[in-house]
Every structure is written in C-alpha cells, then in structure tokens.
Design a protein around this ligand. Structure first.
Ligand code: PEP
Ligand code: MN
Length: 263
C-alpha cells in the first residue's frame, strides 16, 4: 500500500485545514512537552505568526528515564484543543498506548507514533483503525524497509494517511544526539508515494544545527519540517538544548522562505 509501484502519484494528505505533501512545505512546531496552558498558547501564537502550519506538543512523553517528566496526558490534550481554537492551527500529538489513541482522537488532527514505538505493532494497528492521519517517526535503529513496513501496518488497517518523519538514527557519532539520515528522503521518494518530513531537532539535539539541516532537508526534497520551539528553552522540562526561542524560530522561518513555498 505504501509502494510507489502501485500508486505512482505522490500522496497529499489532509491534516485539519492544511495538507502535507505536494508543492508546499509544512512546518510543524511547538514544545517537546506540553507543560502548561500558558506555555502552549504562547508558543502556538508565536509559531503561527512566524509561519508554522501545524502545532506539535507532547502530552504523553516516552522518556528515557521513568523519573523524568512524563507529560500532562489528557489535560495537555485539552490545552492543544484550546490552542487550535485560538490560532486555527491543526494539532499533532504523540500517542504511546492504545488508551492514549482512544483519548487523543477526541482532541487532535493527527496522531504521532514516536521513534521508540515504530515497531509497536498493536499501536500501529490501533492508529490504522482511526480516521486521523498518522505521523510515523523512524525508529532509532530502523532500516528504511522496516520503517515502510511499519507504515504498511497502519495502512493495512484501512488508514491510507501516513506521513513519514526522519528524526535521526543511532550511529557511532556522538557530536549530535543522532545522525540525520538525509539520504532517506530520495530513497523514500523512490520507493513510496508517502510524504516525508525531517525533524532536525531530535536528529541533532542542538539548536544551532536546526537551520542548516532544515535547508539541506528542503534541498533534498523533504515535504516538511518538525522543529521544537519553547518560550524559555533553559527552563524546558524536556529537550531544552535543541529547542528554539520564539525569536530564533521566526528568523529560521525567514531564512527558509527563499528555499521553499510555505503553505
Ligand atoms: C517527539 O517528537 O516529541 C519525540 C519524542 O520524538 P522521537 O520519537 O523522534 O524521539
Ligand atoms: Mn522532544
């Protein structure tokens, strides 16, 4: 179902009032974790003003340590719905369990399956039974074929609306959090009709590398970007070092304008 052989035209996927795929570049931004109503609403307004097309934010956080902030869960989803109401931006949120899918479908425009759950086949099937588009992140050590098979799990349940997201893979390199596999873009474009977006924030873990890799992603043919933004990155409950301030995000969007048609 994901194979280009049987579906030669690139897929354009509707997400709320916007689309991913086709000629325009989608920019999904927002905090790593939803921390409070105030934090989320301020971020939503700032990213909208800068040119983002979708608001992201985690309500269920798959943290490496069980002692790290785990997310506001349904309260966070309610803040997301409020942010959509105020800004008109569609919202995407990661789901980490079957119960989270059941709750999140009531609040969000797109479900996100995180890197750590790319081969959680029950979760993939559950997302495939919903009628929301699914943003499927590449697993930390997943090959492109394994990733496309994960997309197939969602699609084979009757949901054709999958967007792939490359967010860096594990290599021997330690200068960045992960290694961004930009070659995934042309490989996916050759094998599949599904849109692919790049997440330079999680790929590098370093805010200064977000702009150059966003430019590279656009040049390589990415359909969109996912960029983490926080009102005060130094105080962020997760992923502060890779998060952009409102000001930096605005200047990143300005710098990207000559490279892409922002939708
Ligand atoms: C995220 O986008 O918030 C996230 C946890 O990303 P990943 O699954 O790519 O680590
Ligand atoms: Mn994050």
């Amino acid at each position: 179902l994901s194979n280009k052989k049987f579906h030669p035209e690139p897929s354009v996927i509707q997400v709320g009032n916007t689309t991913i795929g086709g000629t325009d570049l989608s920019i999904m931004s927002g905090p790593c974790a939803i921390e409070s109503e105030e934090q989320l609403l301020a971020t939503a307004h700032a990213i909208k003003k800068a040119g983002a097309t979708i608001l992201r934010g985690g309500a269920y956080k798959p943290r490496t340590s069980p002692y790290s902030f785990q997310g506001l869960e349904v309260e966070g989803l309610q803040f997301m719905a409020k942010a959509r109401e105020e800004t008109g931006l569609p919202v995407v949120c990661e789901v980490t369990s079957l119960a989270a899918v059941e709750t999140a479908v009531k609040y969000v425009d797109m479900l996100q399956i995180g890197a750590r759950n790319m081969q959680n086949f029950y979760l993939l099937k559950e997302a495939g039974k919903t009628n929301l588009p699914v943003l499927l992140k590449r697993g930390l050590s997943a090959t492109i074929d394994e990733w496309l098979n994960a997309a197939e799990y969602i699609m084979s349940e009757g949901n054709p609306n999958v967007i792939l997201c490359e967010r860096g893979i594990r290599t021997f390199e330690t200068a960045t959090r992960n290694t961004l596999d930009l070659s995934a873009i042309p490989v996916i474009k050759e094998k599949s009709h599904l849109p692919i977006i790049i997440d330079p924030s999680h790929a590098t873990g370093v805010r200064d590398y977000v702009l150059p890799l966003s430019k590279a992603a656009i040049a390589a043919g990415a359909d969109g970007l996912m960029i983490e933004v926080h009102p005060n990155p130094a105080k962020a409950l997760s992923d502060g070092p890779q998060s952009l301030t409102f000001e930096t995000f605005e200047s990143v969007c300005q710098e990207l304008k000559p490279y892409a048609e922002l939708s």
